[in-house]
Design a protein around this ligand. Structure first.
Ligand SMILES: NC(=O)c1ccc[n+]([C@@H]2O[C@H](COP(=O)([O-])OP(=O)(O)OC[C@H]3O[C@@H](n4cnc5c(N)ncnc54)[C@H](OP(=O)(O)O)[C@@H]3O)[C@@H](O)[C@H]2O)c1
Length: 197
């Protein structure tokens, strides 16, 4: 696949707030098993944490949007995810069931419309799971997919949807390590894809 050089941060000619996706996917397209990650890759988790937190303006923060199950998949002592505004999507949860600093919305679009009202948010990250990724990739609000390709099969019960054809691999993010990474004998690679339409 050819790579093209593009801008680092979401850019839009209109005022529409965009988002990026971040996901780690194994060779058989899996992302989860029994409410957990199917693998243990400490450096990959650090990359997730660093990438979803990093911003140009230290006075702003990033937001992470996730489905109900993904929120509860985060170990109790690590949720809400530190240093980011946590937003949970659910049609069944009540706000009183979540920590007070976590926002709850019944749809991705409602969450985005609320975040759009704030001038305190720099980058919005969609962090799973399956249905949220699918809706996000189809949205005109989608800027990039930060995809970790894990070159191994794992037993999984949750899968990453097919990536639409309007995404193209890009270079242009100097903070994404290049080339094959290896941890615990598992090979993986960080890829960045951008929506072209
Ligand atoms: N590999 C990775 O990078 C990665 C990333 C994230 C998650 N995961 C894994 O994926 C699994 C969890 O993902 P999942 O797909 O099973 O569940 P999920 O998407 O996290 O949660 C599903 C729930 O979220 C709510 N929801 C989803 N889309 C919504 C929408 N558009 N509007 C309103 N509510 C929405 C619904 O909650 P209600 O039923 O309450 O309405 C739905 O039942 C875990 O195993 C986790 O470890 C892996």
């Amino acid at each position: 696949m050819g790579k093209i050089l593009t801008s680092l941060f979401p850019f839009s000619t209109s005022k529409m707030l965009k988002f990026n996706l971040i996901v780690a996917v194994c060779e058989n397209s899996g992302i989860g098993l029994k409410g957990e990650l199917p693998w243990r890759l400490r450096s990959e988790l650090k990359y997730f944490s660093y990438t979803t937190r990093r911003r140009e303006n230290p006075k702003k923060q990033n937001a992470v949007i996730m489905g109900r199950k993904t929120f509860y998949c985060i170990p109790e002592n690590k949720r809400p995810l530190l240093g980011r505004l946590n937003v949970v999507l659910s049609r069944t949860l009540k706000a009183s069931e979540l920590p007070t600093n976590v926002l709850l919305y019944p749809s991705l679009e409602e969450a985005m419309q609320q975040l759009e009202q704030s001038d305190q948010i720099e980058t919005v990250w969609i962090v799973g799971g399956s249905a949220v990724y699918k809706e996000a990739m189809a949205s005109q609000r989608c800027h990039r997919i930060y995809l970790t390709k894990i070159y191994k099969d794992f037993d999984c019960d949750t899968f990453f949807p097919a990536i639409p054809l309007d995404f193209v691999e890009v270079i242009g993010d100097p903070e994404t390590p290049q080339g094959i990474q290896e941890e615990e004998g598992i090979r993986y690679e960080y890829i960045v894809l951008e929506k072209m339409s």
